[in-house]
Structures are given as C-alpha cells and as structure tokens.
Write a protein that binds this ligand. Sequence first.
Ligand code: SF4
Ligand code: SF4
Length: 137
Amino acid sequence: MPHWWEKETIRFECQKGCIQCCTRPGWVYFDKEDVQNAAAFLGLPPSTFKTRYRLRPFGPGNWEMQVEEQQPCPFLSEQGCSIHPVKPKQCRTFPFWGENLRTRRDWNKTGEHCPGIGEGPAWSSRLIRDNIESAGP
Ligand code: SF4
Ligand code: SF4
C-alpha cells in the first residue's frame, strides 16, 4: 500500500537562517561514519570527539548527543552549523524522518517548528524515501 506522501505533493525548502531544528531539545544521532567525519573535520581523534561532545552509545555502532532546553546544539555557531559539510545524516535528512512522515498530521505538526515545510519545490517520492532510509535511528 502506498504511503500518503507518495500520493500527495510534498514541498520543502530550508529557510536559511531559521535554525529552529538546531535549537529544539532532543537528540542528535551519529553513526560510526558520522563520528569519523565530524571528528576528522574538527581535527580530533574520534574518542576525544565523543568525550568532548558527550556522545553516549546508542545501539551497536551508534551514538546520541542530547540537546537540552535553552541550550542549542554545541555545533551551532552564529554562521549556522559549524560542521555543516560533515553534519550527521540525521541532520542532513531533516525533516524527512519516518516519524515526521508517518501521517499527514505528523508532517503538518513538524511544520509548526520547521517553516520550510510547504515551501519551495515538490519532492519526489524516491527522494523522500532515500532520505527516510538514510536518516538513521
Ligand atoms: S527548522 Fe526547517 S527551515 Fe528551519 S533550519 Fe531547520 S530545516 Fe531549515
Ligand atoms: S549538528 Fe549542525 S545541523 Fe545538526 S543539530 Fe547541530 S548545529 Fe544543527
């Protein structure tokens, strides 16, 4: 049975400078490749990177970093994401996460804090599926 987003037009375009998705409380997930890329980008050994940014194990080969209320992601700078070229897959694929696309209602709710939803070009079902699959846990 097709997903609802395969039958409806889904528009999204990130509104530059918005940064709401980097300031809301939640979790940022890193898989092994995300850790290696971000650590190398910052010139740190992966173990130091994990300790410095308080990454906790989350299942085999995955780590999570908590973003708390009133305390944005530590990688957020005045210019935006300071690890943008290597930011974790979870960040690169937002807002196309399975949980946000479960129902049209979930998608609309995500749009309450992501002003890019409903803007810009229509996204193909294939691209949406690719994003959901690479978003991680
Ligand atoms: S909340 Fe949405 S529009 Fe704002 S920066 Fe994040 S992805 Fe872009
Ligand atoms: S890693 Fe970058 S994109 Fe991801 S939440 Fe932090 S600042 Fe935002």
